[in-house]
Design a protein around this ligand. Structure first.
Ligand SMILES: [Zn+2]
Ligand SMILES: [Zn+2]
Length: 267
C-alpha cells in the first residue's frame, strides 16, 4: 500500500494532516476543534478510532487547539519533544501519563513499517520540527511554519517523493497589509514563516528527479492567494533554472476549509 496522506486543513486557522500506510495511521498536529477534526476525517472516509498516534510540530495554537480533546476522545499517545511538551502542557488539560511520549528532534521512530524522522526547523516556538516519513523506498517530507530553509532542513527533505512545504505569504501583500509592523517583521524574519519566493528558492535546490509533487501549505488568508502562490513559486523556480515543461513535477494546493484528496506517495 505504501504511504498515503491527506492534508485535512492547513493555515493559521488550524492545521492537521493524516499520514498512513498499511499498518499505521498518524495525525500530524491537531490545530482545530476535536469536532472539526472528526468532520474532516469523515470527509476522507475515516474515523478517529483508526488513528494510532499524534505527532506535534510545535505548540502554537493553530497546531494544538484540539489536541487535548482528540487525545482524550480516542485515548491516543501524543509525540513531541521535551521542550514542546513543556510549552504546551498547560493548554492541553489532562493527558494520561502513558500518552505523554517524548520524541526528541533527532530521534528516529518506527511505527510498524512507517518510519518517522523529525528534524529541527527555525520558527518562534520552543523547539519546532518538521517530519519525514519513510516506507520502503518511499519518502514524504512535511515542513511548515519555518522562517527559512536551513541546510539542515534541505538535507532532511532531500530525496522526498512528495513534499508538503509552507508558502505562507506574498511579501508585497504582507508589506502592504494591515498587520502592525512588529507582526510583519516577525513573519518575515528567520523565525517566522516562509514566503512564496523562499518556498520557490528552496524547491529549486531541493528538487531532484525523485520529487514528483509539492503541496503548498499554510497559506495566509490575508496575505496570499492560491493562484499567486503557485505562480510565484513556479516563476522563482524557473528563474533559478528549474523548468517544468517536460517534467512530471506538479504543485498542488492545500486548503484551510477542506481536506486534500488522498494522495499515494508512490504514484
Ligand atoms: Zn502555524
Ligand atoms: Zn507556528
Amino acid at each position: 500500500m505504501g504511504i498515503s496522506f491527506s492534508v485535512l486543513s492547513s493555515g493559521s486557522t488550524g492545521n492537521a494532516t493524516i499520514v498512513r500506510n498499511e499498518d499505521t495511521t498518524l495525525l500530524i498536529d491537531a490545530g482545530l476543534s476535536a469536532r472539526r477534526i472528526d468532520e474532516l476525517l469523515k470527509e476522507r472516509e475515516m474515523m478517529g478510532e483508526e488513528i494510532d498516534g499524534i505527532l506535534i510540530t510545535h505548540e502554537h495554537s493553530d497546531h494544538i487547539r484540539g489536541l487535548g480533546a482528540v487525545a482524550r476522545k480516542y485515548n491516543l499517545p501524543i509525540y513531541a519533544n521535551e521542550k514542546t511538551w513543556e510549552a504546551m502542557t498547560k493548554s492541553l488539560g489532562k493527558i494520561a501519563e502513558e500518552n505523554r511520549i517524548v520524541l526528541e528532534s533527532h530521534e528516529v521512530k518506527d511505527f510498524g513499517t512507517l518510519r518517522v524522522e523529525p528534524f529541527e526547523i527555525s520558527h518562534d516556538a520552543a523547539a519546532p520540527v518538521g517530519y519525514c516519513f519513510y516506507d520502503g523506498d518511499e519518502k514524504l517530507g512535511v515542513a511548515t511554519d519555518l522562517g527559512y530553509v536551513s541546510d539542515k532542513v534541505k538535507k532532511a527533505l532531500d530525496g522526498s517523493d512528495v513534499l508538503v512545504l509552507e508558502a505562507n505569504h506574498d511579501i508585497e501583500m504582507l508589506r502592504m497589509g494591515r498587520y502592525p509592523w512588529n507582526t510583519k517583521r516577525r513573519i518575515l524574519g528567520d523565525m517566522g514563516h516562509l514566503s512564496n519566493i523562499s518556498a520557490g528558492d528552496a524547491l529549486s535546490e531541493l528538487l531532484t528527479g525523485d520529487t514528483k509533487r509539492t503541496y503548498l501549505a499554510h497559506l495566509s488568508l490575508d496575505h496570499n492567494m492560491m493562484e499567486l502562490a503557485r505562480m510565484t513559486v513556479r516563476d522563482t523556480m524557473e528563474d533559478r533554472g528549474c523548468f517544468f515543461k517536460d517534467s512530471e513535477f506538479k504543485l498542488c494546493d492545500t486548503y484551510y476549509d477542506r481536506p486534500t484528496p488522498w494522495d499515494k506517495v508512490s504514484e
